[in-house]
Design a protein around this ligand. Structure first.
Ligand SMILES: NC(=O)c1ccc[n+]([C@@H]2O[C@H](COP(=O)([O-])OP(=O)(O)OC[C@H]3O[C@@H](n4cnc5c(N)ncnc54)[C@H](OP(=O)(O)O)[C@@H]3O)[C@@H](O)[C@H]2O)c1
Length: 327
């Protein structure tokens, strides 16, 4: 039996991709074979699909860190044939063939039962980006950061940022969206942002060791000097959840926000989070933190993914891209 997958191949350092028929693997112990109904496009998938260093171990490879589908074979005591499940992160789409194929073979401890309030499409509208946004916000709510000051979200029109805006505004925070796409002000406001901040203008003054503490907390999906500036603007006992590096991996800060304001810089690694945390975040996303993402989710066929990969790599993607497999 074979399935269709978006296979990325390398030839002398040149990466090409095409839809290929691939043999369904023989199931291992404590594992499941899942018929993937939907996957989604994350920044990491775009890196995997274009051969960026440090993401995929070896090619040929099928990317796709997100999976929503149905168990069709199981050697696990936790899952039976017919269970609807979600799997994100770990080594999926990095060293284990991922959701850009119609079938995945995964260890059972990477998989959660899809909450009954979700369906395949909705769960992948969140995907890893949504799960990461939820993990960032949990740091903020766990620390009980004040809602008397706004929260700033960077990379706000992207996958993580757009879901973060929606959840934060739903749970009562005023959200200020930092963006390079000020022409999309209305879209960001529809997502729940109260104020739109132009990235270039925001970064026009040099980063200070300590700036006015005007934000309660932050979700930062971009890193670099933008993160440094955000850190300097967080009020007492605020939290900065740091999850991305599209603006660069390095930043320069000082000890002052930490020792004079007691702020926390929290790193987020959703891929390797415990399965228990992932289950908890999926439960939040399907209940108290649930969003209607239909207006900010584009559904594409796997044959249309290349264009979307280019867009996400150029920072031009807005909201989420979901991949629908089969009929
Ligand atoms: N740590 C984790 O667990 C985890 C999980 C998921 C994702 N991530 C990371 O989080 C980041 C965002 O992921 P995503 O899926 O949301 O990607 P995305 O959809 O491409 O969103 C990124 C957004 O960042 C902004 N941006 C792009 N280039 C920029 C630049 N040079 N400088 C400043 N801002 C820029 C753009 O938004 P605006 O135009 O609105 O500014 C873009 O839409 C990536 O680095 C990704 O690898 C980490």
């Amino acid at each position: 039996m074979s399935y269709k997958g978006y296979l990325v191949e390398e030839n002398n350092g040149v990466f090409t991709s095409s839809i290929k028929n691939i043999d369904v693997p023989k199931i291992e112990s404590n594992s499941v074979i899942i018929k993937v109904h939907y996957s989604s496009l994350n920044y990491k998938d775009a890196l995997a699909a274009t051969g960026a260093k440090g993401v995929v171990k070896s090619y040929p490879f099928i990317p796709g860190i997100d999976v929503a589908g149905e168990v069709i074979e199981s050697t696990s005591s936790k899952f039976k044939i017919g269970d609807n499940v979600i799997a994100t992160g770990y080594k999926i789409g990095m060293s284990v063939f991922g959701g850009f194929g119609e079938i995945v073979h995964l260890p059972d401890n990477w998989v959660v039962i899809m909450p009954k309030e979700l369906d395949f499409l909705t769960s992948m509208s969140y995907g890893t980006a949504g799960l990461t946004a939820a993990a960032c916000i949990k740091k903020i709510t766990d620390a009980k950061c004040t809602d008397k000051l706004p929260v700033i979200v960077s990379g706000s029109s992207g996958g993580v940022g757009s879901v973060a805006i929606g959840i934060l505004s739903k749970i009562g925070y005023e959200v200020h969206a930092l963006t390079g796409k000020t022409s999309h002000e209305e879209t960001l406001k529809e997502m729940g942002a109260k104020k739109i901040l132009d990235r270039t203008q925001f970064m026009s003054d040099p980063v200070k060791a300590l700036d006015k503490g005007i934000y309660s907390s932050a979700v930062d999906a971009v890193g670099g000097e933008i993160l440094a500036k955000i850190i300097s603007m967080i009020s007492n006992h605020g939290v900065v959840s740091c999850c991305g590096n599209v603006a660069g991996p390095k930043f320069t800060t000082s000890v002052f926000p930490f020792i004079l304001r007691g702020i926390q810089l929290c790193g987020i690694d959703s891929a390797e989070s415990s399965i228990e945390l992932k289950q908890e975040l999926w439960n939040l996303l399907s209940n108290q933190w649930s969003l209607d993402l239909s207006n900010q989710t584009k559904i594409v066929d796997i044959t249309e993914i290349e264009e979307e990969i280019d867009k996400i790599l150029q920072g031009n993607q807005i909201g989420r891209v979901v991949i629908k497999h089969g009929e």
